[in-house]
Design a protein around this ligand. Structure first.
Ligand SMILES: Cc1ncc(COP(=O)(O)O)c(C=O)c1O
Length: 365
């Protein structure tokens, strides 16, 4: 049996009739940009997140830019985030005109370490941007307290954490704003690019709505320097069809993650640690393997797909060496050398996970 790392056709097949109906509805409407469909999705997403507003935008990267800009972050401001994230987090900060500043992560949860964040605060820090990596919220209790003490904003990168909770509350409802991505592989994925800014602050929501649409308040009246970054009706309709299934899908992901955890407990691999306050949604199931290349090659030979998210920390990317700091970010650096993602989605079978476990056990021996 081969086990694909991810096969999106399975989800499409499972939801096919609902997706077809949603797409047909948009085609018949003849309206494709910022329609009622987008507004309805925004309301449904905000309610799901336990927030007052959601604003659909063109991508998760744009959602970071617009969330920061709408919250008042701008040129010269520093935004503290993690070095073991993917580059769009950094691009999103830069596009808001701000300066990304890295802080090392916690060795158990791989998310921003509040003590390290504190060390990186300066007079120019304007926001802390935790990345809820792999589906686990960062320590939102400590980060929210730190943000308040330091009088800076908290903005969440929720691109990998749709539906995750911290102390029972949804990720995306803690900061002044949150950014979601609906890139097709995400726990809630579109059939193209998409994103959203989620906030309970009416002014932030209003500014985000202006920023995504050329700063236009009424037709041909431009009150802000904005972008063209709108969620289209087709993506909104697809996302509306998928949102009611998200909790079930996340439950299934947790179930499969729990069986990985049990079955790999005796292996040499380091399996994910879930913080007591976190409800993880396992966007990815990531283990640490000491000899990663050999481990991956062995799984590949057994027909089991793997991936590495992410092989290079931000400050070691050629374009971003200026973000390094004295002493570097040793936790993130070690993690990027060792992390490997095993197959996991709501549409993997128990038998496939069993097969992946068997291959992982024999590879890590
Ligand atoms: C943590 C994180 N932040 C931001 C993004 C950017 O999202 P998008 O690809 O929709 O621009 C992604 C996904 O690619 C992500 O995983």
């Amino acid at each position: 049996m081969t086990v694909p790392f991810l096969d999106l056709t399975r989800e499409t097949q499972r939801l096919r009739s609902e997706l077809d109906a949603a797409i047909a509805r948009v085609l018949s409407s003849g309206r494709f940009i910022l329609t009622q469909e987008v507004e309805a999705f925004e309301e449904e997403l905000a309610a799901y997140c336990g927030a007052r507003f959601a604003v659909g935008v063109a991508s998760g990267t744009d959602a970071i830019t617009i969330a920061l800009a709408a919250a008042g972050v701008g040129p010269g401001d520093e935004v503290i985030t993690a070095p073991n994230t993917c580059i769009p987090t950094i691009v999103g900060v830069e596009r808001a005109g701000a300066i990304p500043v890295l802080a090392d992560v916690d060795p158990a949860t791989y998310t921003l370490d509040p003590e390290q964040v504190e060390r990186r605060l300066t007079r120019r820090t304007r926001a802390i941007l935790p990345v809820h990596l792999y589906g686990q919220p960062a320590d939102l209790t400590a980060l929210a307290a730190l943000a308040e003490r330091a009088d800076v904003l908290l903005v969440e990168d929720c691109a990998q954490a749709h539906g995750a909770r911290w102390n029972g509350r949804r990720a995306g409802s803690f900061g002044v704003a949150a950014a979601f991505s609906f890139y097709p592989t995400k726990n809630l994925g579109a059939v193209g690019d998409g994103g959203a800014v989620v906030t309970s602050d009416e002014k932030v929501a209003e500014r985000a709505r202006l920023l995504r649409n050329y700063g236009e308040r009424t037709r041909f009246e431009h009150v802000l320097h904005g972008l063209n970054s709108r969620l289209d009706a087709l993506q909104a309709a697809v996302l509306r069809a998928k949102l009611p299934h998200l909790d079930d899908a996340n439950r299934r992901r947790r179930e499969l993650a729990a069986s990985y955890g049990e079955l790999l407990a005796a292996s040499d691999l380091v399996t994910p640690a879930v913080a007591p306050s976190a409800e993880h949604v396992f966007h990815l199931y990531v283990v640490q393997a000491e000899r990663r290349d050999a481990f991956r090659a062995s799984l590949e030979a057994a027909g089991v797909g793997t991936a590495v998210q992410y092989p290079t920390p931000v400050h070691r990317q050629p374009a971003y060496t200026a973000l390094d700091a004295p002493g570097g970010f040793p936790v993130a650096e070690t993690l990027t050398e060792r992390v490997v993602s095993l197959p996991l989605s709501a549409d993997h079978s128990d038998a496939e996970i069993g097969e992946a476990v068997a291959a992982a056990q024999s590879a890590s021996r």
